[in-house]
Design a protein around this ligand. Structure first.
Ligand code: CTP
Ligand SMILES: C[C@](O)(CO)[C@H](O)COP(=O)(O)O
Length: 219
């Protein structure tokens, strides 16, 4: 079965607040984004990797690849206005039936085991997302103040989110709404169920300078 991954790195990184876009920040011996592509290549040599980057960052990325002798094969797609639009641009390059994963470029610590689990389950379930338990107590903000809710009723959602190609293309043909914060929410809006798989706790999204420190410690 043909397998793709769309790695989205088309955002602005506002919460990181760095001059260099966060996907290019060094972590250990190379930029964050290179770690992410490498783990997918380790999962499967034949996986087709589509990397979504803003047009204006693409030549810089190519320079970085030369500098680091980075040889993981991939094709580039153009970043969009929101994550939804970036995924949609990547999906336009998916031309054969099979499975397509969508992964945040700034989640370099996803394990090969979790990637494999999501792709294998998606062969049957069609829509699979990795999740982890909430380990702290949760409060819901109300008009009157706030109240404790049961953390057993919630999960934290990660990527890669893996889908049947036809299903994801249909989902992304829908009109954008700000409620679409991940790919599962787009698929669910068509009334399709999403299957939950176990994620890995290290699979953090590098969002703030603090996350970068945690990431460096995890290497
Ligand atoms: N227009 C966008 C917005 C986000 N993303 C990607 O979606 C992933 C998750 O988004 P997030 O961590 O929020 O990244 P940013 O949008 O860049 O961060 P911020 O919200 O702080 O600006 C990132 O890999 C980001 O590059 C994208 O490809 N295109
Ligand atoms: C897709 C995601 O990483 C799942 O947790 C998350 O929804 C991205 O959200 P962001 O606001 O674009 O960081």
């Amino acid at each position: 079965m043909k397998k793709y991954v769309i790695i989205v790195a088309g955002g602005k990184g506002l919460r990181m607040g760095s001059d260099l876009p966060k996907q290019f920040l060094p972590m250990g011996d190379k930029p964050v984004l290179m770690h992410t592509l490498e783990v997918f290549r380790r999962y499967d040599e034949t996986l087709q990797i589509i990397l979504v980057l803003p047009q204006e960052q693409q030549s810089f990325w190519k320079q970085l690849c030369d500098k680091h002798h980075f040889t993981v094969k991939h094709v580039l797609a153009e970043g969009g206005e929101t994550r939804f639009h970036s995924v949609k641009n990547g999906l336009a390059l998916v031309q054969e039936p099979g499975l397509v994963g969508v992964h945040d470029g700034v989640r370099p610590f996803v394990s090969v085991e979790v990637i494999r689990r999501c792709y294998e389950l998606a062969e049957v379930q069609k829509a699979v997302i990795p999740v982890v338990d909430v380990v702290e107590t949760l409060r819901h903000l109300t008009d009157a103040g706030s109240e404790t809710v049961s953390r057993m009723d919630y999960k934290l959602v990660q990527t890669p989110q893996v889908f049947d190609v036809e299903l994801l293309k249909q989902a992304y043909a829908q009109e954008f709404t700000p409620f679409f914060t991940d790919d599962a929410s787009v698929v669910e809006a068509m009334g399709m169920p999403v299957y939950l798989a176990e994620g890995n706790r290290e699979n953090i999204k590098i969002t703030t300078p603090f996350d970068l420190k945690v990431g460096s410690a995890l290497l």
